[in-house]
Design a protein around this ligand. Structure first.
Ligand code: GTP
Ligand code: MG
Length: 521
């Protein structure tokens, strides 16, 4: 398809390939999980059902992405380790990190009712994610030891804290009692005051959970005599172990040895420099517009399976727009967003300090929130269609140094919308009128805008310019403030100082930006 003069904006996207032989880990953790846990009345300090849901989502991730060979999680976090030689999405960090966190969030929202049949999921849960590189197995070992140690420290602390609170102390008093106490003292407190032997608490609380793939024999069908036909299949298996970074545990797992290699020694002390490297986070350039673009993963298939109308499904687009509205309501730093088909671009203001401009935090929280909301809102838009599998979106962050270039970025997306929509409208009209897909394709090859418009008029009596604006121009979702010169077309402010609206204007020309001067000010 034709290139537009705005395509140069693509050159602002940066390469983020993780070079081999670095091992890749994606770690996700719940964002404001304490609040989510309060709202849903989860048990403290550990809610077994919530942990089981986390584990089930992690198992789904391992089944979906065969290149992940090991995972470890506790509380509201999970780490996923990729096999050494993975070529998954050309080892592009943002793509990989965002897909995993998006898929996890959408599975979490999908499976919620399975684990909490009597509790409605009242708000989306989003996860923050980062991709970590381990230069060697020794570093991976240090990482696992660090996370498992954290699991232990946090669980011991929380067990004490909640026992104190349940016994009548206020949260503030309980924190004071625990201030400065060491592990030994906490163990004694539990035993003496509450008769609890910490070591007897469930392993899943104290040690966290490992899930990894195992080869297992499965009955796939039965032959005509009723004999089972078995095949070897990869299946996620969960275990709890006290020393997941220990030689004994690790080297006993054949599959891990094959994909990652053996641990040579047991680690005595986790090196501080390694922990610093696990915490390091890239920051986006200051004083630049930040665009977070998310894009549905394999939506070609997703739209086929869910029988979306071709080329445009009004309800599917309305659902995308509604998720974008929710994103703007949740994240005040987003000033404008533009969506078409299965993608949405969210723009953060130039001086935004959102997550200290840390790229993966911003990308992950937005893509994860969007995915969760998409699943939660599905039935509002498709009351008679079951969501057959959990959708996922990838995300990237790109910085644009000036308002002119940012506007060219938006123009690029809108021109793309126009080019694709016009092509797809012609294509599907030809197919619906009896042509095969390849005939329609060759019929349209090399045709210009004018020829396509003529084709639509001549053969199908369709005036392209009268098709719905949302299909032709995509959708903009943005805040409109009191000082903007015009009132929104679809509503009034009421008492609020600002309002989030969905609009299908031409955002290439100046008129739109003159009408809404505060957006990019
Ligand atoms: P990746 O993004 O690379 O994973 O592939 P993808 O399959 O998601 O394709 P891409 O993002 O390039 O394009 C989006 C695809 O989603 C379109 O090609 C359509 O197949 C599908 N799609 C998006 N919106 C609609 C819609 O309203 N109706 C129908 N029928 N399909 C849609
Ligand atoms: Mg896509």
């Amino acid at each position: 398809m034709a290139n537009s003069r705005y395509e140069y904006v693509k050159s602002f996207e940066v390469e983020d390939e993780v070079m081999p032989p670095n091992l890749m880990i994606v770690r996700i953790e719940g964002c404001n999980f304490d609040t989510f846990s309060d709202i849903h009345d989860l048990e403290k300090p550990n809610d077994e059902k919530a942990l089981a849901l986390m584990n089930s989502c992690a198992a789904a991730v391992l089944e979906e992405y065969p290149d992940i060979v090991f995972s470890y999680g506790f509380n509201d976090e999970y780490s996923f380790v990729f096999k050494r030689k993975t070529k998954f999405y050309q080892r592009r960090a943002s793509k990989i990190m965002s897909l995993i966190v998006s898929f996890f969030s959408s599975v979490y929202a999908t499976k919620w009712k399975e684990f909490f049949p009597h509790k409605e999921m009242k708000c989306p849960l989003s996860f923050l994610a980062r991709l970590l590189c381990c230069a060697s197995l020794e570093v991976l070992q240090a990482y696992l030891a660090w996370r498992q140690n954290e699991c232990h420290i946090r669980n011991l602390h929380n067990t004490c804290l909640w026992m104190l609170i349940k016994s009548g102390k206020s949260a503030k008093e309980a924190v004071e009692v625990l201030q400065g106490t060491q592990k030994q003292e906490k163990n004694e407190l539990l035993f003496q005051q509450f008769g609890i032997n910490y070591r007897m608490l469930p392993e899943i609380f104290r040690q966290g959970s490992c899930i990894f793939m195992m080869q297992a024999e499965d009955v796939v069908k039965y032959d005509e005599h009723g004999n089972p036909i078995k095949r070897m299949r990869r299946r996620p298996r969960m275990i709890h172990n006290e020393h997941i970074a220990g030689q004994n545990f690790w080297n006993g797992q054949q599959y891990l040895l094959m994909e990652l290699g053996p641990f040579e020694n047991d680690i005595k002390k986790i090196k501080a420099a390694y922990v610093r490297s696990f915490l390091f986070e890239n920051k986006l350039m200051p004083s630049t517009w930040i665009v977070i673009r998310i894009d549905g993963c394999h939506f070609h298939r997703f739209s086929e399976v869910h029988e979306f109308e071709k080329p445009n499904d009004q309800q599917a687009l309305n659902l995308m727009n509604s998720c974008a509205v929710a994103v703007l309501e949740e994240f005040k730093d987003i000033v404008f967003s533009y969506g078409v088909s299965d993608e949405y671009s969210f723009i953060l203001s130039k001086d935004s300090k959102f997550y200290q401009r840390q790229a993966s935090q911003i990308v992950s929280v937005i893509v994860s929130f969007f995915s969760s909301v998409y699943v939660m809102k599905w039935k509002d838009f498709f009351p008679f269609k079951e969501l057959k599998f959990s959708p996922s979106f990838d995300g990237r962050a790109v910085c644009y140094p000036s308002t002119e270039i940012l506007r060219d970025y938006l123009a690029w997306r809108q021109v793309d919308c126009h080019i694709n929509n016009q092509y797809n409208t012609c294509f599907w009209m030809l197919v619906k009128s009896g042509k095969s897909k390849s005939e329609a394709q060759s019929y349209l090859k090399g045709t210009q805008t004018r020829e396509k418009n003529e084709l639509l008029i001549r053969q199908f009596n369709i005036d392209y310019n009268t098709l719905p604006e949302m299909f032709r121009r995509g959708s903009s979702v943005f805040r409109i403030k009191g000082e903007d010169s015009t009132m929104p077309k679809n509503g009034t402010f009421g008492d609020a100082k600002e309002k989030i609206i969905t609009d299908h204007s031409n955002i290439i020309e100046d008129a739109f930006w003159k009408e809404h001067p505060s957006i990019l000010s």
